[in-house]
Design a protein around this ligand. Structure first.
Ligand code: NDP
Length: 400
């Protein structure tokens, strides 16, 4: 039995805390759950929701995850077995440092980003590999949906269905609607930093760059979702998958956006509101994107407003037993069903559930190898089984 500390009481932290409490209630591995964040009020609201829905108690605390000394002292006092980082990518390195100092395993859902440069690279976190290995600690990177489940789908297909995967397309569709003119489904600052970057995909051993959101394809999503326009972007799992899945000659990532979303985004970019450098305003320095975040709807507030479904998956092409083969592995998640179950929309749900499962894999010893790991480096089978068990059932179909 184990004590899990969840850091970050936003949309994803809320789902993960509810799911950990569900596992606890069923006699699973989390016998103590602590939720800590920058502000106590959000932690307490989540704890109250868990108490109301499940009758379970979790502990709450205030914690500044940017402060390594404060976090280390907190870990030494509370003695969790694992820290699940659901704060922001800026906190990855301080939290990894604190885990090393206090001897605690670590899981996150997004690669480290420095606040003043929107770069999506694992190099800073991979640099911790030896230190975690030497301390006998495990750090699992990117245990959300994408990255996360998409890496596991690819590893599972490579293990059971292909001798060699040559082409991979990860396709992320939010076919839901929250009725707001413009809102992001997860932290607006992190989301807008990501989608305003230049596109990048992997082909024949090289990275090819494209202008931001300049390439699109139409993809016909299954189960009545239908055709949607998907835009090519860079996404961090491409970096690890092209290293770890041997034989890949092409890997791309696509995401759907509505015309309305793109029009708002273009205007915001054109007027400078997505800038991440500091500007002077009324005698103090502000970052325009951080100001924009403060006036946009909080993703957690979209839960009761969002209808429809998400469909995220991988189209994989390669060979098995001398035969050419193409396969689609995907999950469809309903915004309304997620809200009914845990009070959050499906974007937070599809991230919070795999975050809980990643932590569970480490704490149950199934994925607890000392070092720093991306998801596809671990055995996909127990994770795939838990996706079906804990609310993200998947399908794998031949895809002509
Ligand atoms: P939110 O902004 O809703 O939540 C982040 C939480 O972290 C907030 O409660 C925030 O506090 C807290 N926080 C921020 N800074 C600190 C700090 N220094 N110390 C302690 N707590 C802090 O974000 P989301 O829940 O939408 O996203 C959480 C993470 O999940 C992000 O890293 C995001 O990139 C990742 N993600 C990953 C996905 C995947 O599929 N892999 C998909 C979606 C998200 P406050 O409330 O005070 O701001």
């Amino acid at each position: 039995m184990a004590h899990i500390l969840i850091v970050g009481a936003g949309g994803v932290g809320s789902v993960a805390a509810h799911k950990c409490a569900q596992v606890q209630q069923a006699g699973g591995v989390f016998d103590r759950i602590t939720l800590a964040s920058r502000g106590l009020a959000k932690c307490e609201a989540i704890a109250a929701s868990i108490k109301k829905r499940l009758g379970a108690d979790i502990a709450t605390a205030r914690l500044d995850a940017d402060n390594v000394a404060e976090t280390t002292a907190f870990l030494q006092r509370e003695k969790p077995d694992l820290l699940l980082n659901l704060a922001l990518p800026y906190q990855d390195l301080p939290l990894m440092e604190a885990c090393l100092a206090a001897g605690v395993d670590y899981v996150d859902t997004a690669n480290y980003e420095a606040p003043d440069q929107a770069k999506f690279e694992y190099k800073w976190q991979w640099a911790y590999r030896e230190r975690f290995a030497e301390r006998g600690l495990c750090a699992l990177l990117g245990s959300g949906f994408d990255p996360g489940v998409t890496n596991v789908y690819t590893a599972w297909a490579a293990k059971h269905h292909f001798d060699e995967i040559r082409q991979l397309d990860i396709i992320d569709c939010n076919a839901g609607d929250h009725g707001q003119p413009f809102a992001t489904n997860f932290n607006p600052e992190i989301n807008i930093r990501e989608i305003t970057q230049r596109g990048r995909y992997f082909e024949h051993g090289e990275w090819v760059e494209t202008d931001p959101l300049s390439w699109a394809m139409l993809f016909d999503f299954p189960e009545g979702i239908g055709p949607k326009k998907c835009f090519l972007m860079f996404h961090e799992e491409l970096e690890s998958l092209t290293k770890n899945i041997r034989g890949l000659t092409r890997a791309r990532f696509w995401m759907t956006f509505s015309e309305q979303y793109l029009n708002h985004l273009r205007v915001l970019e054109n007027v400078g509101m997505t800038r991440i450098d500091k500007v002077e305003f009324q005698g103090r320095e502000i970052v325009p994107l951080q100001f924009l975040k403060a006036v946009l709807p909080e993703p957690a507030s979209l839960g009761p407003l969002t209808h429809g479904r998400t469909c995220i998956g991988c189209v994989l092409q390669g060979r098995q037993a001398g035969r050419e083969k193409r396969m689609y592995v995907y999950n469809i998640c309903s915004h309304e069903a997620a809200y009914e179950e845990v009070g959050s929309q499906a974007i937070s749900y599809t991230t919070g559930v795999p975050a809980m499962i990643g932590a569970k894999m480490v704490l149950e010893g199934k994925w607890k190898t000392p070092g720093v790991w991306n998801m596809e480096e671990c055995d996909p089978d127990p994770f795939m089984a838990d996706l079906n068990r804990y609310g993200l059932p998947w399908k794998a179909v031949d895809w002509p």
